[in-house]
Write a protein that binds this ligand. Sequence first.
Ligand code: PRP
Length: 207
Amino acid sequence: MLSIALPKGRLGNSVYNLFEAIGYDCPEINDETRKLVFINEEKDIKYLLVKPSDVAVYVEKGAADIGVIGSDILFEGNSDVYELLDLNLGKCKMCIAAENGWNDDLSLPLRVASKYPNTASRYFDSISRRIEIIKLNGSIELAPLLGMSDVIVDIVETGGTLKGNDLSVVKEIENISARLIANKSSYQFKKEKIDKIVENMNKIVEE
Ligand code: PRP
């Protein structure tokens, strides 16, 4: 049986629709239940609904053979998994944002609040800008409003959260989208089945 880790929430729904479109349906998943495991014996698949930030852990440990994860989370960690396909879903941008009218003072280390400390550090290292990272777990937009940080590094989808808090994008760092990942040994032992999924999804994603 092939186990598939799906991120719970908005992205999970569209990712499930993609699996359904290539024949891996499990209609029960759309029911309003608190269940986290859904099995389709006939198709020989098992879906696991996991917190988006945990998908790579389930896949790396082999609890799931494959999974779908946003590239923001994938690149923030250093999980030992294969990245098989860009699904072109859940698209947004990793950005630096600050209060409207903010000016950088290059003589001081930049105070950066983020859920993505590794991604932020990597970027600022690449431009040789000294920073001080403030790791937060959510509501990042508050940090510059309270004077706790100069900027934030966060994902921007519609821009609504920035706008609602009088912040604006200073720089776009990278494009984000959902990626299909696989456990390394599962990919060896279940290669045929996994490759078929990649091939079929690729056709839809390319359309
Ligand atoms: C994310 C992100 C931004 C917001 C961006 O937060 O951290 O706050 O979405 O989306 P927008 O550009 O469409 O407004 P999330 O909803 O995950 O909540 P969090 O602040 O609790 O992390």
